[in-house]
Ligand binder design. Sequence first.
Ligand code: IVH
Length: 684
Amino acid sequence: MQPTPDVLARAAALRTELHAHAHRYYVLDDPSVPDAVYDQLFQELSELEATYPSLKTADSPTQRVGAPALDAFQSVVHDIPMLSIRTETDTTTQGAVSFDTRIRKELELGPEAPPVTYAVELKFDGLAMSLRYEDHVLVRAATRGDGAVGEDVTRNIRTVGQIPLRLPPNAPSTLEVRGEVYMAREDFDKLNERQAAAAQKLFANPRNAAAGTVRQLDSGIAASRPLRFFAYSLAHQSGGGADRQLQTHAETLDCLREWGFPVSEWTQVVSGADGLSAFHARVQAARDSLGLDIDGVVYKVNSLAAQRQLGFVSREPRWAVAHKYPAQEALTMVNGIDIQVGRTGKLTPVAKLAPVFVGGVTVTNATLHNEDEARRKDVRVGDTVVVRRAGDVIPEVVSVVMERRPDHTEPFTMPHQCPICGSVALRFEEEADYRCTGGLVCGAQRKEALTHYASRKAMDIDGLGDKIVDALVESGRVKDIADLYRLSLSDIATLPRMAEKSAQNLLDALEASKNADLARFLFGLGIRHVGEATAKALVRHFGRLESIMNAPLDSLLAVADVGPVVALSIQTFFQQPAQRDMVHAIQALGVRWAEHDGLSDMAALPLSGVTVVLTGTLPTLSRDEAKALLEAKGAKVAGSVSKKTHYVVAGAEAGSKLEKAQALGVPVIDEAGLIQLLADTIGP
Ligand code: IVH
């Protein structure tokens, strides 16, 4: 049959796409699509080629398995080819039943014959490795490559602690062991943290990290990355202790263990299709707690004699199969990028996805975490992306399929305004997240903010706990603090599960809170970076709320312990008209506190305008005492030394602050000098 032009075009498109994906996967260790997607495209091409044999070109991706060795490594011809395993993609019990049925048929077992015994294992998601030992010493480690020719990666593999470099005397002297090199999940997470800290490229998953490490030309880098190994087969043994006649695969694994190779604890001998599917289910349930990535389980006929009888079809043994699990990654389209506002005001970019079935559920949202992550992945509206959902983990966008990016897309930028309340959103230095500065006026943060306002260290409003706050907000009766003071007895008493007595108590507590303390009120507003101590310092310095609300940055910076980040946070908060209106409304509803003139009284103090840094241990005064004495005279006690520091008071074991003072030429005094200073005998 001759292919139609449509079929010809489709086959060409599939070949091109598969070549591009294969290059990213095998050569660059940076796959552009999940394995399942690649398999599907590959399958489509294989089927077209089966129908129209003329499509089977020499360069078709179906004509080779794996990829040629990188130039930089020596090639290794495998004396015994490294095989692949047939994959059973039916992820239900049926997958196990089909394999068992096929084996029974091939072995010509009638319905009366006893169940077949299988050795079952994990299908590790790493990199196949062949280890050759001569005279008991590891002489060569080779990758699988295309199964016939691989790469010599001995130098890198010698750095893997779990791989024996020398075998015990009871082992055969010549041995070829096969297994999987992989990276455990916790090691992978740590490696990526290190990569991020060093501004290096992050790895997409543990498999890529393992593959990238094994193919490092610099084995020093390989040594610094934590690879592990599990042995799963014996390709050859001779000499030395090789008189052991092995009968089964399970015995082989026991020997490998005895000879010092790591063999997974997740190996078992089971019987019949029921045994296979029970193991499949048991591993599926434990999948997220295995500590390493797997993409299925492997079933192997246990009897080595039966294995020999079954033999091979092309590059795959008839006696083994890999039984898969539902894919945890899938491709879908990004229809939009929304911003979610959390209870603490954190803004999170979330990709809105075309619904896709992944990890057993339909996913329509995936988190992009924060601005840096969204930029690093460069996710744009219109992109095709890889979405991952493992276990109960929140779905996330793994990467963008750049090959499928449409024209005219726009890079994502974080909004500088809260989408809920319109307040300014700020990202503070050294923080990853943007935060809405709306606090009490922001609907998303309402409950959290009201609970904080009522808390013991803030306004201490008895009876206004989480549950009542939730009920008040959900009933729509309270939108901000001012609304609390507008509540009537019946507003509260009609809330679900609220007794009249407790309603009256709450109303009384609210009334009592009107007689307030400014520092507690200020702390209660929940301004980011303004804790109790800072609120007190602000009140001590400015005396009046209105002065704090209108303070320019430099005046804020003059307050003890207020640095640029805190000052910016306070200023931004009070620049929002909604915040100002709310504060004024609260005052109009009767909330009062005592005020004073602040620093203007203190300006007359002898040490006002003087900045002092304390360091080391003083002979008689504790640090807090020294600080209190200085502040009482109007001095500012700062945490670090700068050119603007007037004095450094140094005690025993003063460290870097003393050195810095000396370097900057700041006068250094001891406790006696401090006492003189306090006694006004020396001035600024
Ligand atoms: S046995 C006879 N056992 O799967 C087949 N392979 O498709 C020889 N793999 O590249 C392999 N876990 O890296 C075997 N428990 C396991 C395995 C396993 C993972 C990989 C192996 C190979 C691929 C074969």
